[in-house]
Write a protein that binds this ligand. Structure first.
Ligand code: CMC
Length: 436
């Protein structure tokens, strides 16, 4: 069978090259043969922000951004959100298939078994300043866990890897809850192994003096659905950091800390916090048209809108909108929802947003639910990080077991000086340009 090829003629040499096309891609390394002479390094691609570069082969998460499709291991997100628990979905991401009843019971048992934090981790967290941002606490504590489990460095041993994966998935809600209690000045609550993953998280967040925490089932299910929706999203910024840091064979705690740091930014997982600030700034439904006008004039962005991959309605945002209605039946309607709905309506009818294919993304409605549940905006990104841990670890493991992967190390186009003559300190004049 003949292979598809891309024929390229180099106008500098008039030479033609045939580059194999596989899976709609050419290999960047195939360009290296395109040279003007023996001392030429060869052609490279220039792709700041990875706009059109596949960095790996992956079978974890599939997104069709034009059609608004998201699937984990071939399962549509809508089906998973309706029928599965978060831990079932975490299993799917990590092991490739949905678990049997027996496998699920074992998996849930093992995760539950690892929810406790080492007392030194607790003491470490107690020393954060009273007003520390919960994401800063999460990132630092994930990194600090590397000191508690030094065997995690043995990343080539599959059973050892799995043990660290279980620990990270089990302990991230405990760290998140402690960061929340810390910012409120409340004592930390230990995990309760009788409860489900989401219920136990709620227990560690909100238990006060009652002997046993009983979670509201609607709220627990809503949280579990939110966890499912946020579990993975293929090669997003933080997954790419997880893979990149992990490619140096750093241990999974340090790699996950790096990924969580990437998630914290307002263009990524930090957007949900920014959406709430934006809705506060807009103030009311009536003020929406003026705000949209300002954005169109170049003053800021509509937070929670737009996506590098989705050029259609983010399927997660649809499910979150539905979940919000269920939550509001318990908590009462968050008045910001009216402003958000009006913002969405106006933006989706506006030429500026239509032309650029800017639709609400996952962060647009999630913050409104989180706020109705009683979380402060500073916690929103932490709530994103808890389930995303499963995705980061699935991506990390796939990277480590992929024979084609090596240490991540992009190239650059050199824009600096050619070799310069050294000027002794005493002879240097004032800078001709403003210091950079
Ligand atoms: N509001 C107004 N204009 C926007 C927005 C927005 N939210 N997003 C993009 N644009 C404009 C942008 O100014 C540009 O216009 P022009 O062509 O005139 O220069 C055009 O749309 C293309 O945008 P871009 O910045 O080139 O797109 P990108 O793929 O680099 O950025 C993004 C994607 C998500 C960073 C961006 O849409 C954004 O900053 N959105 C707001 C932050 C946000 O909601 N982030 C959460 C993303 S979803 C959760 C996650 O995966 O982390």
């Amino acid at each position: 069978m003949s292979q598809d090829v891309l024929n390229v003629t180099d106008s500098r040499t008039n030479q033609t090259y045939s580059l194999p096309i596989e899976n709609g891609t050419i290999r960047a390394m195939d360009l290296r043969q395109i040279k003007t002479g023996s001392d030429d390094f060869g052609l490279m691609t220039y792709d700041p922000a990875f706009m059109n570069t596949a960095s790996c082969r992956s079978s974890i998460t599939f997104i069709d951004g034009d059609r608004g499709i998201l699937q984990y291991r071939g399962n549509p997100i809508e089906v998973l959100a309706e029928h599965c628990s978060f831990l079932e979905v975490a299993y799917l991401l990590l092991f490739g298939d949905l678990p049997t009843q027996h496998e699920l019971a074992e998996w849930v048992g093992e995760i539950t078994h690892h929810t406790m934090l080492h007392e030194t981790t607790k003491r470490f967290m107690e020393n954060f300043r009273y007003n520390a941002h919960p994401m800063g606490m999460l990132v630092s504590t994930l990194a600090a866990m590397s000191t508690i489990y030094p065997e995690a460095r043995n990343i080539h041993d599959a059973p050892n890897r799995l043990l660290q994966i279980k620990r990270l998935i089990a302990k991230i809600p405990s760290i998140a809850a402690m960061s929340y209690r810390h910012s409120l000045g409340f004592p930390y609550v230990y995990p309760d192994n009788d409860l489900s993953y989401a219920e136990n998280f709620m227990n560690m967040l909100w238990k006060m003096v009652e002997p046993k925490y009983v979670a509201n089932p609607v709220m627990a299910r809503a949280l579990d659905i939110l966890f499912i929706l946020h579990a993975d999203h293929e090669q997003n910024c933080s997954a790419n950091v997880m893979r990149s840091a992990g490619s140096s064979h750093a241990d999974p705690y340090l790699s996950a800390a790096a990924a969580a740091a990437a998630l914290s930014g307002p263009l990524h997982g930090g957007a949900n916090e920014e959406v709430l600030k934006m809705l506060d700034e807009i103030g009311s439904k009536e003020a929406v048209p003026a705000y949209v006008k300002r954005v169109k004039e170049g003053h800021g962005k509509l937070m929670g809108f737009g996506h590098r991959v989705y050029k259609n309605y983010d399927p997660r945002a649809k499910i979150i909108k539905w979940t919000a209605e269920r939550v509001f039946e318990v908590t009462g309607r968050n008045p910001k929802l009216d402003t958000a709905l009006e913002l969405e309506r106006i933006a989706l009818e506006d030429e500026y947003f239509i032309k650029r294919k800017l639709y609400p993304n996952v962060d647009f409605y999630s913050g409104i639910i989180y706020q109705a549940m009683g979380f402060k905006p500073e916690m929103f990104t932490v709530l994103f990080a808890i389930p995303r841990m499963a995705g980061w670890l699935a991506q990390w493991q796939e990277m480590l077991t992929d024979d084609e992967q090596k240490i991540s190390r992009p190239r650059q186009i050199w824009t600096g000086h050619a070799t310069r003559e050294f000027i002794p300190l005493a002879k240097r004049g004032p800078l001709a340009t403003t210091p950079r």
